[in-house]
Design a protein around this ligand. Structure first.
Ligand code: AMP
Ligand code: MN
Ligand code: MN
Ligand code: MN
Length: 273
């Protein structure tokens, strides 16, 4: 089975439209796909999930905050029309708009004017995120790359890293469960936590009703996969896997080229097969 349960379109910070992404997934012979845009389900307004060669699981990547740290929680198999998902996307898209204004003010203080308009143009109507500010800073020649924009202005601890925007994990997991979905902790190695802290996060996550862990996120080294599989076994969390695809240029996050799960994991997709 070729599974990809984490990817993005132009509805958030991806570069392919929903239709372009679906064509690429079909070309890559993906069997089960979840489009998981940041804080929006708008992709699902454009597709009939029943009417494709591949199985589509309705998904979303919700931003959250655990003890002052930003984390991401993927909701899989959510009902996009449910009251809790409507509440989640309404609250978080308002938070994104407010945050965008604050980021633009901070960047203006550093001498970069009109960043809100610039980032909006880069977002082409989708949910606005830090990558759109990064792209704008590249476009105006303030930095030479997206990576440099994050390192200097938008990444952790920098001016454009705004805290306290997102619902806590209890709330986010509650929204996902109320929408009939399963909550999965996204890309656990991206939070730069010690093993002890990660185990603490997983305990809180599970206590709040979280059920899955992304054992594979994009291209990663086998020792990381083994360690995450072990954490699944120790905690009883089900395993998920996704590319975290944003753009065809990023070969470390290639759509539909997700490594298989180790044998000792319980794949979360067994629920929907
Ligand atoms: P946001 O959801 O607006 O806070 O933006 C977070 C997104 O920015 C992530 O989902 C990544 O797609 C992207 N991102 C985070 N850090 C970096 C980085 N150092 N370089 C490039 N993109 C990044
Ligand atoms: Mn992203
Ligand atoms: Mn993420
Ligand atoms: Mn993602």
């Amino acid at each position: 089975m070729n599974i990809d349960f984490h990817c993005h379109t132009t509805e958030s910070d991806g570069t392919l439209t929903v239709m372009e992404l679906l064509s690429l997934a079909e070309e890559r012979a993906v069997d089960m796909l979840s489009i998981t845009d940041h804080d929006t389900l708008d992709a699902y307004r454009q597709i009939d999930t029943q009417n494709h060669n591949l199985r589509i699981i309705t998904g979303i990547e919700l931003s959250s905050q655990w003890n002052k740290r930003g984390i991401h929680i993927v909701g899989l198999n959510v009902d996009s029309e449910s009251a809790s998902m409507i509440e989640a996307v309404t609250q978080h898209s308002a938070a994104r708009r407010q945050r965008a204004e604050i980021i633009a003010e901070k960047l203006a203080k550093l001498g970069f004017s009109d960043c809100l308009e610039g980032a909006r143009d880069c977002a082409t109507g989708g949910e606005i995120g830090r990558p759109h500010f990064a792209q704008h800073l590249v476009n105006i020649g303030a930095v030479s790359s997206i990576d440099q924009a994050f390192k200097r202005y938008l990444g952790s601890g920098k001016a454009g890293d705004i805290k306290d925007q997102w619902a806590d994990p209890q709330t986010v997991i509650g929204w996902i469960r109320d929408a009939g979905g399963a909550a999965v902790l996204a890309h656990p190695t991206k939070y730069k936590l010690t093993r002890t802290k990660l185990i603490e996060l997983l305990a809180d996550f599970q206590e709040a009703g979280g059920e899955g862990l992304e054992v594979i996120s994009g291209a990663q080294i086998p020792s990381v996969t083994r360690e995450l599989a072990r954490l699944c076994r120790d905690t009883g969390l089900e395993a998920s896997a996704g590319s975290d695809f944003h753009s065809p240029n990023q070969n470390w996050a290639a759509l539909g080229k997700v490594a298989p799960l180790p044998d000792n994991c319980k794949p979360i997709w067994q629920r929907w097969q």
